[in-house]
Design a protein around this ligand. Structure first.
Ligand SMILES: *Cc1c(COP(=O)(O)O)cnc(C)c1O
Length: 416
């Protein structure tokens, strides 16, 4: 039987525990939603003050050069690269994940349409269970292009084998599913896509900073992802896009704004793309928000994804073991894979009153979230979640379920 003091001992032995002090977490809160909005690095407040008061306030427009604002998307991309198995000059932090998906998908379709062998391919294969914006963006591009472009939705990873065929232009998948925490086998699926002549686009929204990712080694073609989730970049912080060196010369995306021009300040009337990853940029970036991303990445620079992964699995294993030992008599269904190789950094349980139970947990300061249908999501972020947090969260869950301390008629907020 696992006890609270056993969890305390694990915290004492945890080499990552000191990093928690670099985050500003409110007193009395157990934050299990870093998969949706990461906690604030303490350094972000001083950085915001510096950007707003000094760089904007004092230096004004000179900061584009003096404070390196213009290079910020690439500089942050280089800092993020090692976390996802990318090289320098392969990543930029810019725009939103939805917009980056649009650019990457359009570039992939364009590349196929202009290749001799694959010009007739018109199908984008993705999962019905993918995060909606990914599916919507694919549907938007397909319907806007017309000419036979379509989105093919699959219902399980096993269907990839039959769904990816000679008509497939691009396979677009989210590496770790937002609802279930299921993690795809990136290497195997990328190889399958290539064997069928398709390009492979990965969404790393729930992977970057959560699990080790090795885009180049695993043979991915394009990738995008969020910085405001596990990377702790701040609400609505710009996302990232990765294009490997081998695809950059041919990379053409339709949002050909001036930041992707070869000589943006020559003010030429003809668009001529710059070289390298800055081709993925469009226009002026939200510098105040972008600057916060660096504070999150600075914490990651003090550890490694392998160390974080070991603790993440220990936290999710502990959570599952405690829920099973103490809530076994309740109608909770584990929807996250038990197998480590298939599990991201979250644990999801379905419960018929999932929304109401989560509201009761949040009212006690145990913050997770809820996704339809019936799914309570608990995100585990090894940078600032302790083993005792896991114990205390399950303790609250046991009390709420055993004594039905939840409001079965709880009304839905706009954001669940
Ligand atoms: C969170 C998430 C997004 C968010 O996209 P935005 O453009 O930032 O709203 C996109 N895709 C996936 C898979 C996500 O998990």
């Amino acid at each position: 039987m696992i006890t609270r003091s056993h969890c305390q001992e694990r915290d004492t032995a945890d080499a990552l525990a000191p990093l928690r002090t670099q985050f500003a977490l409110p007193e009395g809160v157990i934050y299990l939603d870093g998969n949706s909005l990461g906690a604030r690095p303490k350094a972000a407040l001083a950085r915001a003050q510096q950007v707003i008061a000094d760089e904007w306030g004092n230096d004004l427009i000179r900061s584009w050069n003096k404070a390196g604002w213009f290079d910020l998307p690439s500089r942050l991309g280089d800092r993020l690269a090692p976390l996802i198995g990318a090289l320098n000059n392969e990543v930029v932090v810019t725009d939103s994940t939805s917009i980056n998906l649009f650019k990457a998908l359009a570039a992939a379709l364009h590349r196929q349409a202009h290749s001799e062998k694959n010009a007739g391919r018109r199908v984008i294969v993705t999962e019905r269970a993918n995060f909606p914006t990914d599916v919507y963006i694919a549907q938007g591009i397909a319907s806007w292009l017309e000419r036979g472009y379509e989105v093919r939705l699959i219902d399980s990873p096993e269907q990839l084998d039959t769904a990816v065929d000679e008509s497939t232009a691009v396979v677009m998948l989210t590496h770790v599913n937002y609802r279930t925490g299921y993690m795809h086998d990136m290497r195997r699926i990328s190889a399958l896509a290539h064997a069928r002549g398709a390009l492979m686009l990965w969404d790393l929204a729930h992977s970057a900073g959560a699990v080790p990712v090795d885009l180049n080694a695993d043979g991915a073609d394009y990738a995008v992802g969020c910085t405001y989730k596990y990377l702790n970049g701040g609400p609505g912080a710009p996302a990232f896009i990765w294009v490997p060196e081998r695809h950059q010369v041919e990379f053409r995306q339709p949002l050909s704004g001036w930041w992707s021009h070869a000589t943006p300040f020559a003010m030429q009337p003809l668009f001529e793309p710059t070289g390298g990853i800055r081709r993925a940029l469009c226009g002026t970036q939200p510098i105040a928000s972008l600057a916060m991303v660096e504070c999150g990445l600075e914490v990651f620079a003090q550890t490694s994804m392998q160390t974080l992964r070991a603790k993440s699995l220990a936290l999710t294993d502990l959570f599952i073991a405690l829920v099973e030992a103490r809530c076994g008599h309740h109608p909770l269904e584990l929807v996250t894979p038990r197998e480590h190789a298939r599990r991201g950094s979250q644990v999801s349980y379905a419960h018929p009153q999932g929304y109401s139970v989560m509201q009761a947990l949040i009212a006690r300061g145990v913050i997770g979230d809820y996704r339809e249908p019936h799914v309570m999501r608990f995100g585990f972020t090894p940078l600032y979640t302790s083993f005792v947090d896991v114990w205390d969260a399950v303790d609250a869950l046991v009390d709420i379920l055993d004594h039905e301390k939840y409001d079965a008629d709880a009304l839905r907020d706009a954001v669940t």
